[in-house]
Design a protein around this ligand. Structure first.
Ligand code: NDP
Length: 474
């Protein structure tokens, strides 16, 4: 049962959101000709006007990054670059409460997650790659690996600051300069990061932030002055980018969608598995590329597991992202909410059984009740397409071979989870699962030292760990 809790909202007083923001180019905030609004998805209130970078603005940012690369950052010894990265990491820690609140306001994710997951990982990524900056000769890419030059980086809205850290930290550690475009719906923490670069006295032009919509992203990835494109987002846009980069000398890494199988065998500790399933699909409202969105459960325990899962789902608190008791926050945008609704309706229309706990949703803002579909067939859209929302599709299996076949029956291959008591079964499955990351008796665990990335339509290239350096060196 859900206990009544008094509201426990985190104070907004710690963040100072300006009425308008410029672009961050060559160490300064500069104006653009047009702007767009960013809103709080939990209330639909306008938070700020943000500069909309044109192709000319992108051009200026790339030129600034090139100058900084040629004159300062490229020639700088790794041990000196490391000092800046350590300084940035410490500033992120010092300002982490403020950044967590800002992230929750702009993105809609619960403060519990931005405070306890996103921000600690953001700082950890900068610390981790700061440590590599003067040791690149020992990373396995030859005695003196050289940077590529200017990196154009485009990131999505689901983990705005964390995706920025995944992109910027390794690029800078290897001696590259960057132009980064945050997602249109979540630009504010990237702009706060620009302030941190100023605070850290990072040389002008090493980091440039160009805010805008898809067209700004296109202008960046198609710019002839960049040497490397790093993209995280939808498979569709990833395909467009791969086409535009083909035939150029640009290096490319793509981290795209997923439709991960979370596989529960009959010998799994069921309560622990239920927690893993909940974490796998309801963490960050399911806006997670590696979300465990397909639950594969062994037939003999399916009924019991689903009963326990439903009981657990009735205790999830959906609501104010800034409330410390909230488990599931707001959907990031009206467009994403429409997509989740459309796919869920398709699930019902195709014959799956829909279930949600009783749940009172706030009147304003974008919300979706945690939902589970049973009786799902492998051919259903909800079993094949990335819903990117708090919606779980449940399929059953009888044997490990069947579980494996069903798990691999997807165009994606980003992650997977295995729940069983048997170590040998974990190894047997993990060897055969076509997924970049396989978690065993846990889910959604991240560490800056471990590589992350996909097979098949989930993209290519690895981020994180020593492998993550490879994308940024010659
Ligand atoms: P997109 O792939 O459109 O967005 C990712 C980033 O790319 C954003 O910064 C976006 O800008 C930018 N962008 C859009 N079009 C282009 C382009 N032609 N060239 C270069 N950059 C571009 O994802 P959406 O936000 O539209 O989400 C759609 C679906 O994608 C989701 O429902 C989800 O299924 C999936 N998705 C997967 C993610 C993952 O991590 N695997 C992350 C986000 C989404 P802008 O924000 O302004 O559109």
């Amino acid at each position: 049962m859900t206990f009544e809790y008094a509201p426990a909202p985190e104070s907004r007083g710690i963040v100072d959101i300006k009425a308008s923001y410029g672009l961050f180019v060559d160490g300064e905030f500069v104006e653009a000709k047009s702007s767009f609004k960013t809103i709080n998805p939990a209330t639909e209130e306008t938070l700020a006007e943000v500069a909309d970078a044109s192709a000319d603005d992108v051009d200026r940012a790339v030129a600034a990054a090139r100058r900084a690369y040629d004159t300062v950052w490229g020639p700088m010894p790794g041990a000196e670059r490391a000092k800046y990265l350590f300084r940035i990491a410490r500033l992120i820690q010092e300002r982490s409460r403020e950044l967590a609140v800002l992230e929750s306001i702009d993105n809609g994710k619960p403060i519990r997650e931005s405070r306890d997951v996103d921000l600690p990982l953001v700082a950890a990524h900068f610390f981790y790659y700061a440590g590599w900056a003067d040791k690149l000769g020992h990373a396995g890419f030859g005695p003196d690996p050289r940077p590529l030059g200017v990196a154009g980086q485009v990131i999505p809205w689901n983990f705005p600051l964390l995706m920025l850290a995944w992109k910027i930290a390794p690029a800078l550690a290897c001696g590259n300069t960057v132009v980064l475009k945050p997602a249109e719906t979540t630009p504010l923490t990237a702009l706060a990061f620009a302030e941190i670069c100023v605070q850290a006295e990072l040389p002008p032009g090493v980091v440039n932030i160009v805010t805008g919509a898809g067209e700004t992203g296109r202008a960046l990835v198609e710019h002839p002055g960049i040497d490397k494109v790093a993209f995280t987002g939808s498979t569709e846009v990833g395909r467009q980018i791969a086409r535009s980069v083909a035939g150029t000398a640009k290096k490319l890494t793509l981290e795209l969608g997923g439709k991960a199988a979370n596989i529960v065998f009959d010998d799994a500790p069921l309560d622990q598995a239920v927690e893993g399933i909940v974490n796998g699909i309801f963490f960050n409202q399911g806006h997670v590329c590696c979300a465990g969105s397909r639950l594969l459960v062994q037939e003999s325990v399916a009924e019991e597991l689903l009963d326990r899962l439903k009981a657990r789902m009735t205790t999830l608190r959906v609501g104010d992202p800034l409330d410390k008791n909230t488990d599931v926050g707001a959907i990031n945008s009206a467009a994403q909410l429409a997509k989740i609704r459309e796919l869920s309706d398709a699930g019902e229309a195709e014959g799956a059984t829909r279930w949600s706990p009783a749940c009172e949703l706030p009147e304003r803002g974008f919300w979706f009740t945690p939902t589970v579909f049973t009786g799902v067939a492998a051919s259903h859209r909800i079993a094949r397409e990335e819903i990117f929302g708090p919606v779980l599709s449940v399929l059953t299996f009888r044997t490990p071979a069947e579980a494996l076949e069903k798990a691999n029956n997807t165009p994606y291959g980003l992650s997977a989870g295995i729940w069983t008591d048997k170590g040998s079964r974990i190894l047997w499955m993990a060897e055969r699962l076509r997924a970049g990351v396989v978690w065993a008796n846990t889910f959604n665990k991240f560490d800056p030292a471990s590589p992350f990335g996909g097979y098949k339509e989930s993209g290519f290239g690895r981020e994180g760990g020593r492998h993550g350096l490879e994308a940024y060196v010659r």
